[in-house]
Design a protein around this ligand. Sequence first.
Ligand code: 6CS
Length: 312
Amino acid sequence: DTWRYAFEEAMEEVQGKFAQKFKEEVEANSDHEVQLFPFGTLGESADIMEQAQSGILQFVDQSPGFTGALIPEAQVFFVPYLLPQDQEQLVSFFRNSKAIKELFPPLYAEQGLELLTMFPEGEVMMTTTTEVKSPEDLNEVKFRVMTNPLLVEGYKAFGATPTPLPWGEVYGALQTGIIQGQENPAFFIESTKMYEVTDYITRAGHNNFTTAVMANKDFFDGLSEDEQKVVQDAIAASFDYIVEYQTGLTEKSLEKIKEAKPEITITELSEEERAPFKATADSVEQEFLEIGGPKAQEILDQMKADLETATQ
Ligand code: 6CS
């Protein structure tokens, strides 16, 4: 039979590449077909999540940036400067994290979801209509964030006026001046042409974009052990593939942006310039413990232990 899989990005963006690999693996190793639904074909991220929870979809890719509203603990990925910048350390964290492999799955299960994997999509950068070198520069900036309460708190701490919006509204909101900034990895800024409606790209090194792939839990529980293994093997192969696919992608994407818009200003903040942004991390972490649900402390502690192991 046919399994339906929706994601938050276009077919040739990172989530789409992951999904295409998953489809290829499942179809090579079983009699099942996988039908892919890229961004926009079934609605916004919140829509595809509802469809996956209700069983209309068998698989969904939704980022904690949106899931944080549903599973408060998933907001942990928005404590700034928590994840390492180093790609190898980052991947090692995602491969081995006990928080991801053991603590998060029961929280997703409560929402009718089988958490299959989480993976990184690249360093998050701010794109704005005015230059950002310090939190003061964000003072008058209405800054679009994903619909995640902790991300709102994080950008408040950065000095901005956070404006949570679904993805589909972001280009238009920048074009009309409703907002003056947003954040995303370089590949996404390039493919969605965010550089057309903003003039500055700022690398504060505050986060890496995390996403998650899930199955509807009743569907997954109803599969035979062999079928579950086909799914899990396909996920593992897609994880390896997507890590490899992203080698050099950030720099390549920034080059393409410069070609398309030579007048764009791309700034990597110095350690000194990053300091006031980094100084917000403790207060945002405190906020996470308050709004991050009953398991917030346990998740945070385990994440930190996992990160310690990954960065040794
Ligand atoms: O900012 C967003 O909403 C989107 N960013 C990425 C990199 N993927 C999907 C998400 O919807």
